[in-house]
Design a protein around this ligand. Structure first.
Ligand SMILES: [Zn+2]
Length: 68
């Protein structure tokens, strides 16, 4: 568990847990937005309603850590 956010020059950190994020589908902020993968493979945030409406798969519920 790391308490400090890493800034190692990688992609910008995206908060995945709580707070408000921009829903790319209805183009507004939502506090239910989660990171999903769209049909082109891009990773965008979608709120709960849009995930239901467009059947969007969540990228992951856990942080991006190397698995096994
Ligand atoms: Zn939405």
């Amino acid at each position: 568990m790391r308490a400090v956010q890493e800034t190692t020059g990688g992609p910008p950190a995206i908060p995945q847990t709580t707070g408000i994020a921009w829903c790319a589908w209805h183009e507004s902020y939502s506090n239910t937005a989660r990171l999903v993968r769209d049909s082109s493979g891009a990773r965008l945030f979608a709120c709960y309603s849009c995930r239901q409406a467009y059947d969007l798969p969540l990228v992951a519920d856990q942080p991006c850590t190397p698995a096994s």
